[in-house]
Ligand binder design. Sequence first.
Ligand SMILES: NC(=O)c1ccc[n+]([C@@H]2O[C@H](COP(=O)([O-])OP(=O)(O)OC[C@H]3O[C@@H](n4cnc5c(N)ncnc54)[C@H](O)[C@@H]3O)[C@@H](O)[C@H]2O)c1
Ligand SMILES: O=C(O)[C@H](O)COP(=O)(O)O
Length: 318
Amino acid sequence: MSRPRVALLEAFGPEMQQTVERLTGGVLDIRYPASNDEADRAAILHDVDYAVVRAVKMPPVLLDAAPNLKLLHQWGTGTDGLPVAEALARGITVARSPGRNAPSLADHTLGLMIAVLKRLCVGDARVRAGEWLEPGIYDKGRDLTGARVGLVGYGAIAKEVAKRLAGFSCEVTYTRASGPIEGVPGFLSLDDLISGADVVSLHLPLTPETRHLMNAQTFARMRPGAVLINTARGGLVDQEALLAALESGQIGGAGLDVFDPEPLPAEHPLRRAPNTVLTPHMGGGTRDNLARIVGHWSGNVTAHAAGRELDPRDLVTG
Ligand SMILES: NC(=O)c1ccc[n+]([C@@H]2O[C@H](COP(=O)([O-])OP(=O)(O)OC[C@H]3O[C@@H](n4cnc5c(N)ncnc54)[C@H](O)[C@@H]3O)[C@@H](O)[C@H]2O)c1
Ligand SMILES: O=C(O)[C@H](O)COP(=O)(O)O
C-alpha cells in the first residue's frame, strides 16, 4: 500500500522536517511548502489526501487546491485557523489533538507569569546593557506565590495551569462560557474575575464572540499593576488597547506567546512595550510536546487511511 500523502502547511526548516520524519517513522509521505505564502502552500496540496495546519492559518480558498482532501487536522487544539465550515461542507473530516499540548502550554504559561511578575526581562536587559539593579525594583516586582490568578477558559490547558499554581499557594479563580464546574471552587463572572486578579491568563478559543475579549474597557477594570498572560490566541486581545494600558502603567506587564497577526511585524510597537515578555508562538515548542502532538495527528492519519474510525473526541463538527 502506498504511504498516505500529507501536506504539512507550515514552512518548517530542515531540522524540524527531519524531526517530524523521525517521529512518524517514515510511514507518511509528507510534503512541506517552500514558504508560508499561499501559492507555495497551494502547490503541495493538489494530490494529497491529508493536510495538517499548525500556527499558519489556512484560508478557505486553499481547499480549491486540494481536490482529494479527506482529512484536515489541526496540529494542536485551536481550530480558528482552519476553514472548518467550508471543509465540512465538502465532506472533509476535520480533527484536532485535544489536550495533548496542555502540559507544555501550562509550563510556558507559568514561565511567562514568573518572568513578568519578577521583571526578569527588565533585569536581563539591564545587565546586558552594562547596568545593574532597576530603580524601584522592590516596589515593582511581585511574587507569583500567593497571587490571585484568574483563568479565562477552564479546559485542558487551564486545568494544568491551576494544578501548577496550587504549588505556589495562589488563589485561583476561573470563568468559562458554560458556568461553574461541580466540585471546582473559584468560578466567577468574567467581570469579577478581571477586576479581582493580580494575573489574568487567557485559555479559551478565538471565535467571533471572544475576539478582543481584552479591550480598553476590560483593561480599565483590571487591578492597577495587574498583568496579562496570553498563550491562547492573539485575536483575543485588542493589541492597541493593550499597548495603551502598558504605556500608561494601568497594567504592570504582559507575557504573550500569540499575536495578531503572526509573525508580529518587525516594527510593531508591542516589541518595545514596558515589562513585556514576548515569545513567538512556541508554547508547545518542546521535544517532549512534539512527540505527543506528532504522534497523535500521524496516528489519526494512518487510522483514517486504514479505514478506521477516529476517536469522536478528536472530531471538529462545527
Ligand atoms: N500557544 C500555543 O501554542 C497554543 C497551543 C495550544 C492551544 N492554544 C490555544 O489555547 C486555547 C485553549 O486550549 P485548551 O486545550 O485548553 O482548549 P479546551 O477546548 O480544552 O478549553 C477551552 C476552554 O475555553 C472555554 N470557553 C470557550 N468559550 C468561552 C467563552 N466565550 N468565555 C469563557 N470561556 C470560554 C471552554 O468552556 C473551555 O473551558 C485553544 O483554543 C488554542 O487557541 C495555544
Ligand atoms: O504550537 C502549537 O502547538 C500550535 O499553537 C498549534 O497548537 P494549537 O492549535 O493547539 O494552538
